[in-house]
Design a protein around this ligand. Sequence first.
Ligand SMILES: *Cc1c(COP(=O)(O)O)cnc(C)c1O
Length: 866
Amino acid sequence: MKAIRRFSVRPVLPTRIAALGDLSTNLRWSWHPPLRDLFESIDPERWSAVGADPVAMLSATSVEELERLAADDAFAARVDEAKESLDRYLGEDRWYQQWASEQGDAGAPSAIAYFSPEYGIAAALPQYSGGLGILAGDHLKSASDIGVPIVGVGLFYKTGYFRQSFNRDGWQQEDYPVLDPDGLPLSLLREEDGTPSVVHLKLPGGRDLRAQVWRAQVGRVPLLLLDSDIPGNDDAARAVTERLYGGGGEQRLQQEMLLGIGGVRALRLWSRLTGAPTPDVYHSNEGHAGFLAIERISEFVTGSGLTFDEALEAVRAATVFTTHTPVPAGIDRFERRLIEIYFGGDLAPAGVPLDRLLALGAETYEGGDASVFNMAVLGLRIAQRANGVSKLHGVVSRDMFDGLFPGFDDDEVPITSITNGVHGPTWVDRKVYELADRHSDAVTIDTTVLDSTESWQAMADLPRDDVWATKRQLREQLVHEARARMKASWLKRGASSAELAWTDEILDPDVLTIGFARRVPTYKRLTLMLRDPARLKKLLLDPERPIQIVIAGKSHPADETGKQLIQQMIKFTDDPEVRHRIAFLPNYDIAMAQHLYPGCDVWLNNPLRPFEASGTSGMKAALNGALNLSILDGWWDEWFDGNNGWAIPTADGVEDPDRRDDIEANALYDLIENQVAPRFYDVDGDGLPQNWLAMVMHTVSTLGPKVRASRMVREYTERLYVPAARAGWAMRDEDFAGARDLAAYSSRVREAWPKVSVDHVESSGVGDSPELGQTLHVNAYVSLDGLAPEDVEVQIAHGRTDRRGDDLHDVTTLPLTHVEGYEQGRHKFSGDLVLGTSGAFGYTVRVLPKHQGLAAPASLGLVATA
Ligand SMILES: *Cc1c(COP(=O)(O)O)cnc(C)c1O
């Protein structure tokens, strides 16, 4: 296998239709059906044989045929039209341009760098394993659609993630097909003389890690992918980008160094070669890319003469960090020793002393492990702005990381939340768009911008009979797909075609269809539905109201437990008694997902609350008219409203995991039996399940506007990117005066803080039984050591108290005014608090650092309380 070097030769296109080249390499085709139609029209059979991939399609088309197409005026005109449409899409003003033009002197960023270890953009570019990658792909696509000037940074994995199949026993098999970048929609960054541009990192033992940089074009958004499989690297270095999430700790560290440090260098290359603006903001999607900050600190120290602390402030101001997992095992933690080897001695990046670097990833909180370097902790320390990915995940993350902000209430931990979204044009089935199109006069849906709030709302008015007919078509489409996949799977499992006639009959386009597909970490509980196999069987085989279930999911290759769960599931689905009603389809990926979500009536999700940070598959199903049946976790906790699906009650607090699973599984069976199935099969004289359809219309019209990734990207832009850009400029302006000032301030405050205290508090104005509306007058006497009164905020923090009364919740603060200073750094502050809430109430007086460069009061993690 090694001896053969495969490569793809790109066709030379006749001039008349040369635009097909750009049309095939810009990934916009993956979410723009007219472009796919154009390629398919060349030869529909070949199109499906090449897996609906324009680059592969052109490669598979002969020179003669291309000549013939060029001579076909009608075809050539379609190419011209498609190219004009693409150029318009790439060039015209979109939401962001309009928004930015209204910002005046405050300014708006001209480039935002988005770092992610994986990207799920299209089946034709398999560089993802699951939710994180799909989300990153949807982020880029939506940024493109609304004009946000993002540039993506990632790695190019030669074998991507694995392809899943099963052996006879239902045990997961993994294949790693080698990708040939020349056969993918990628182009190599090159120097002016044509040689590939290279970034270069030093490794221990005098070794080098070099990488070339591929560029994918995602609509308006460029995506730079670093690839270490190049001559000049030793074998181990060439293998660094071999596999997504492959290899052990050391390889993972090298991948993350390449992503973070190499990624920043790739951006510099990109600017130098194309004149693209240097990013104003750096967004680390999960902690894997955290080393980007180390490279940027080093740049500032060596290029602008800042100290480490000043550089860190400049970096922090302009960095955004998104945490994606409440599962500790999901966070990358390296042995501290490894970091010392890779970043110490001669290898220390210029201007970044090893001890400072180590401190950024140290678990300096109770229960922390002194021997590890934690990438999530690094993420929080290099970014002034951080977020979780749903409201509930925000709460969970603030609790999870509160150790970094001792003395603060969880509510005050500076991690906000932006709930994930999905890219409508990628995930909404074409038949849904066509449905909207058929009625666009009556319901004023502009199908060219179906991804707008108004269009989704207008879906409520679609005629129900047509909605129901469309849903049946989608179900039928899934049934066909499932039959073909099941047959192929069994052939691979060693059965002969003669034994497989039954696969042509599995599933039924008129039966209530439940979908369940996801990666298989334990918390997602793939096999919860098998708690009581007899009961599940009864539901599947119910003579009046049967259900059918389509399941898919991959287990990480190293996760034996996950593979056992899959095997258990497959064994159940293999049973001839039920196999026509329940199917496990191998190799869950984008291509399958695009059939699966639309074909389902119900999308099932039963994670162990609260470990599902957001979840996005249920959003994709909802956009296609499926109702969610889910544990109240992640996004569903936020947007379940009683009419858009069902909440599986959680047994939070039940300690015994077996008992908890039993309780939740029973609740699931009960819901299906007593609510879901009866409603689905309750049809009127016209065969329409009116109550079901009411829920579908409600789901699409009310969730549609919320779950869009364009909503998400707007929120990132307005709430995080733009403030980060402005904070970054404030640090850099006038030769980094802001960074120098903030660094000096931080160091002064840290030094003085041990002696800062609230010495004495007097209050008056409220008697023993306080009443609403009364005014509490407070005088606070504090010691500030050498700090000036304007260096701090002395405040009343007030809120609800719990029964024990030793913690404040939903804290609100009221700053006190400086009244006078005394000797030895003592000061009096005072203010009036009007009692505005009834119930158990408490307050305290505290001192916090105050500086305009701090994004949140808790940013420095310093507080002195009475
Ligand atoms: C959406 C999607 C996921 C993530 O779904 P979750 O609900 O977040 O688990 C994983 N894989 C594929 C192929 C997807 O399309």
